[in-house]
Structure formats: structure tokens, C-alpha cells
Ligand binder design. Sequence first.
Ligand code: SF4
Length: 189
Amino acid sequence: MLLVSDLKQYSYCPRIVYYRYCLPAIRPVTYKMEQGRLAQEDEEDRERRRSLRTYGLTEGERYFNLDVTSETLDLRGRIDLAIRCRDEAIVVEYKDSPGRAGQHIFRQLTAYAMLLEEHWGVPAWRGFIYFIPTRRVRDVSITPELRAEVRGALVAMREIVTGERMPEPPNQRAKCEVCEFRRFCNDVI
Ligand code: SF4
């Protein structure tokens, strides 16, 4: 079963998924990743004291670090914060970055929303990204296009894993310059 975090990594560079499943001994943990984890723990403490008004909501029950699994999608993950309202389910994803989110973050949020729908049996048509350093909130619509992107990416990821095929590096080589897997990729400068 794939993880939602794999989907985010795949969107950044498909090769990372190959490393994780086909060469599992390669598992770098960087200072940056550790700092992100600590920042998220601090934010959870603050979130418990925060009002739902941060998200423009007047009602809802909060669930932290909710584990969700979908047999349909063959996918699982842990949601930073899930809010259950009367007629909708909402995913909140914390980001330890100043306020920009790439397509990989939108896909990750969408995948969590799809898992949460199946878990609670209520629709999830929007989510929020909470940028920890700036304390800004961005709302994201869970569109049919994003859902299709998630499904397409899951198919492509499974092809990589079952075929044990190492993908080419991304065209944007700037990604490699800041990638924690860089020392394992001998074909990138
Ligand atoms: S260094 Fe480049 S090719 Fe290697 S995993 Fe990272 S982004 Fe992909």
C-alpha cells in the first residue's frame, strides 16, 4: 500500500519513489526534515488553543494526526488535522515554509481529502494549508482535476515500483540541488 507522502515525493521527483520501494536502504533524514517535524509538533500545541475561526468555521470537531486508509485507492496516510463538520470533512496540512505551495502540496492535500471522504463517509470539497512561519492560511478546492491527477499519479507510481524501473531525473535540475537524495544520484550534477 502506497503512502500519501510518497505521492508528494513522486510529484517532486518520481525517482524518490523508486528509491523508497526498490532500494529501501536509501533513506536519508536531513536536518531540514527533522526541523520540519519539530515545527509541526509545536504548531499542533498552538492549534489546540486556536479557534476554528482561523479557517472561517463556526463549528466542527478537530482530530489531530488521524490515520486514514483506503482499500479502494490502496493508499494510506496520516492527516495533520482533520475537521469534521456537519456536512463536510476538511483536511488541514501544516507547512514549514513561508507561504508558497507547489502542485505536489495540492495533490497531497487532495489525496488526504479523498481518504477522509472514504473514512468518514462525508464529502471533502475543500482543504487548508497552514503556513507555520507566517501563520497564513490558504484554502484549496478539491477539484475533479486534482482528484484525476492523484489517481493518475498512483497508477504511474505503481508502474515504477512493480517494474523496478528507475525514472529519469526531473527536467528542472534546480530540484536536484536541494534534494536530500542527491548524493545517491550519480547522473545529476
Ligand atoms: S537528486 Fe534529482 S534525480 Fe535524484 S532524487 Fe533528487 S530530484 Fe530526483
